[in-house]
Design a protein around this ligand. Structure first.
Ligand SMILES: [Zn+2]
Ligand SMILES: [Zn+2]
Length: 343
């Protein structure tokens, strides 16, 4: 009954897509292909990556991603003219005060591929504005290029936190964001970087990447080593987790007058000992998303080879999307990025 998917984007043709149909369920379906409106283009997806936000949706924990829908916003693909591209999936209005001030990440009208009513990239094709598309060289490996979007978040964070090379940094949470922050810190020339996590495989990974010290924050011994390492406190501490314990840990590792950066969003609300923090006169900043300029810088860093997570990247076919999501939500182990092969 369902027609064979083709490379044309004519009306009434369908394509393969991984559809989130309910908590814990991903189904391969034939759905209509997107068509390009004025100023838009259609991208044939080569690989799409699983992001933490897609995992949250899969687990039924995202209010802005309700079934049935096609998730996904990180991709490498080709324009229909054959040019190899990555896309900036964060779409802003370009007209509001935030956009005009260069803080497009704070646009009140922002949209993201694979969120609310915008279709995502776990499909053969995705359509979006020409402005969001960046041509990349053939020699830039997919495993690297696919990081343009997640790394843009870290480029943004380092920019607004104005992190200096002489600083010592702490990172609470050694998952994808924590690992990218570690590599960015090493690239920036920070003096020392401590990473805390609860997973032994991740701690091994960040040690391989060059963390000065990586400790298990779940145990007395690890926490003791971290305190000793921090001494009077670290200059900047990033919480890349967002649990209550992780946020409090970030404040505790940070020196008086130092900077706490909150990025992780595991919990919307949590308690912090602000009495202790105020006495230390700690500065606090949150970081959200990235601007087009951050995205472009991220892409340049990936082209230069400064940031690379290839050894911690896995790949499965789109057809096994259900399995890929189960694996990443249950036991990702040392895998930081899961790619879904589409075309
Ligand atoms: Zn993402
Ligand atoms: Zn705007």
């Amino acid at each position: 009954m369902t027609p064979e998917p083709t490379l044309q984007t004519t009306p009434n043709t369908t394509m393969r897509a991984l559809v989130y149909t309910g908590p814990g369920r991903m189904e391969l379906r034939e759905i209509p292909q997107p068509r390009a409106a004025d100023g838009e283009c259609v991208i044939a997806v080569s690989v799409a990556a699983v992001c933490g936000s897609d995992l949250a949706a899969f687990l039924g924990r995202s209010r802005s991603r309700t079934p049935p829908m096609v998730l996904g916003h990180e991709l490498v693909g080709r324009r229909l003219d054959g040019q190899r591209v990555v896309v900036n999936p964060f779409v802003c209005c370009g007209r509001c005060a935030a956009c005009r001030s260069g803080a497009q990440n704070l646009c009140p009208n922002w949209r993201l591929l694979g969120m609310n009513d915008t279709a995502g990239c776990y499909a053969q094709f995705v359509g979006l504005s020409e402005r969001q598309v960046y041509v990349i060289p053939e020699e830039l490996a997919e495993e690297r290029a696919i990081l343009a979007e997640p790394l843009a978040n870290i480029v943004h964070l380092f920019r607004i936190a104005a992190v200096l090379p002489a600083w010592r940094m702490g990172i609470v949470g050694g998952g994808l964001m924590g690992s990218l922050a570690l590599q960015m810190a090493l690239h920036t020339g920070l003096r020392a970087v401590l990473v805390e996590d609860l997973c032994a495989a991740r701690l091994d990974s960040v040690r391989t990447m060059g963390a000065t010290l990586a400790v298990d924050a779940g145990g007395e011994q690890g926490r003791g080593e971290a305190r000793q390492f921090a001494g009077d406190g670290l200059d900047v501490v990033l919480d890349a987790s967002g649990t209550e314990a992780a946020r409090q840990e970030a404040f505790e590792l940070c020196c008086p007058g130092g900077l706490v950066v909150l990025l992780g969003m595991a919990k919307a609300r949590s308690e912090i000992d602000f009495g202790a923090s105020i006495r230390k006169e700690q500065r606090v900043t949150t970081s959200f998303g990235y601007t087009p300029a951050d995205f472009e810088r991220s892409l340049e860093l990936l082209k230069s080879g400064a940031i690379d997570l290839t050894p911690w990247t896995a790949e499965m076919p789109l057809e096994e999307g259900q399995k890929a999501f189960e694996r990443m939500s249950a036991m990702p182990g040392a895998t930081l990025k899961m790619l879904l092969r589409v075309g």
